[in-house]
Design a protein around this ligand. Structure first.
Ligand code: NAP
Length: 242
């Protein structure tokens, strides 16, 4: 699809997969808004992305419905909304160590946040527009310590299917990544990030973990393919087969 001059909001665009997708969209001529909670992170992303005339940054915490409503008032008309937002580090715990705050942070970033984005974003989307969220392989291959993330990813996918019906003709989809080398692993594995990712790579049929660009490619497909809605696109190196 030709995305020149299309306007695309990427929540989570300050890092990881969202940043890779922002780069791809800008290189293809789109106008991009990257959003997240931390101004410093967005400024760093702005400096690395270039295309200053086509790029805006906006601070938002998608956990806060008022914040999300205000974001869309500032942005105006949009063609596509994508969220790769996640705040999950503290929730990777066995049940005895789980506390409500960490659980709520996952819910806020990966369930309530997408819900508010859809509620307040759908009215500013063009009829040919789309909304794409990011779930994850934990919903299909749960691991000990990952119960909350597994459950929230599954809930998000249920939401996607329901919204695809309710918001039609706007298309609503999710990409479900497997293990991808991004900053998120610093919050999960700390200084064991590299060895953790290397061990994971050996277990996957493709022999490597993902890179953010693998997921950016999938997001491009989902926003561009007009016959895809209510779908979950798995980009996980064969993880569900092992
Ligand atoms: N990396 C993997 O291996 C993997 C595997 C499966 C699924 N996933 C999923 O893929 C998505 C992208 O992951 P990633 O690795 O690219 O993560 P990442 O680099 O940590 O990026 C997450 C982004 O979300 C933003 N964010 C978090 N909470 C937010 C909130 N409440 N409001 C607005 N922005 C918020 C963060 O910015 P601020 O902190 O500045 O807000 C950050 O830029 C996530 O949904 C993740 O669960 C990742």
């Amino acid at each position: 699809m030709d995305i020149r001059n299309r306007k695309i909001l990427i929540v989570g665009g300050g890092s990881g997969m969202g940043l890779a997708f922002a780069r791809q969209c800008l290189d293809r001529g789109a106008r991009v808004v990257i959003a997240g909670r931390r101004e410093a992170r967005l400024s760093g992303a702005r400096n690395s992305l270039g295309h200053p005339d086509a790029l805006e940054t906006m601070v938002v915490d998608i956990a806060q419905e008022d914040d999300v409503a205000a974001l869309f008032e500032r942005i105006g008309r949009l063609d596509h909304i994508v969220s790769t937002a996640a705040d999950i580090g503290g929730a990777y715990q066995l049940l005895p160590q789980l506390d409500l705050t960490a659980v709520q942070r996952v819910m806020n970033s990966k369930f309530y946040g997408p819900l508010w984005l859809a509620k307040h974003g759908a009215p500013v989307l063009s009829g040919a527009g789309s909304i794409t969220f990011t779930s994850g392989v934990a919903a299909y291959r749960p691991a000990a310590r990952g119960s909350v993330v597994a459950a929230v990813n599954a809930a998000l996918e249920g939401l996607v299917r329901a919204l695809a019906v309710e918001l039609a003709p706007i298309r609503v989809n999710a990409v479900s990544p497997g293990w991808v080398d991004t900053e998120i692993w610093s919050s999960i594995a700390g200084d064991r990030k590299d060895e953790t990712l290397q061990a994971m790579a050996k277990r996957l049929p493709v022999g490597r973990v993902g890179c953010p660009e693998d997921i950016a490619d999938a997001l491009s497909f989902l926003i561009g393919n007009g016959f895809t809605t209510g779908s979950v696109l798995h980009v996980e190196g064969g993880h569900r087969l092992i």
